[in-house]
Design a protein around this ligand. Sequence first.
Ligand SMILES: [Zn+2]
Length: 185
Amino acid sequence: MKETPVSRMRIQQARMLCLMGARAVTIAAATGIRPTDARAIYKEIHGTVSPPGQTPHSLEWYLERPARRLQASLLLKLYFLCIQSGYSTQQAFIAAYDVYWNIYGAADTSKRQQSERLIDPERGFYLVKRAGSFGALSAPGVGEAIAALPCRSCGLEILSPAHEAAFVCPQCASGFQNPGHRLRA
Ligand SMILES: [Zn+2]
């Protein structure tokens, strides 16, 4: 491949995503490098060919568990902050995912005090790809839109069904059921 500052940066970002667990198909889509180059990078880093298989195709997964929902919301928020700062969608994803990755710690499972990172680069890339410019995500599988809505109690923006008018996030909702717990928070 021809070396330019942009191509060097893309290759560097491709390597970063590969080390974070992305397969060649996602590396190519997220960085804009050619699929053959993405496969070569995967092989070089992992010593095996990039595994085939589907990339994520449903938004329901992100809502299934409160922790996933929270982490997806954070990643989306970071992504939109990058977009607002003038990043391209590609660069916004890479910057946002890098921050998300570091917030949830290195891939060292022996450190039990660290929160578990639940969204791999492929899930992350799918989420931002579906996000569009306004933050409302249409989910054909669910038959309704989901969006990052502000919790009316704490103000945190959490991924939710877009029709929920008076939205309360799962964390605050559990506090409402247990007021003593909430007062100590
Ligand atoms: Zn809340």
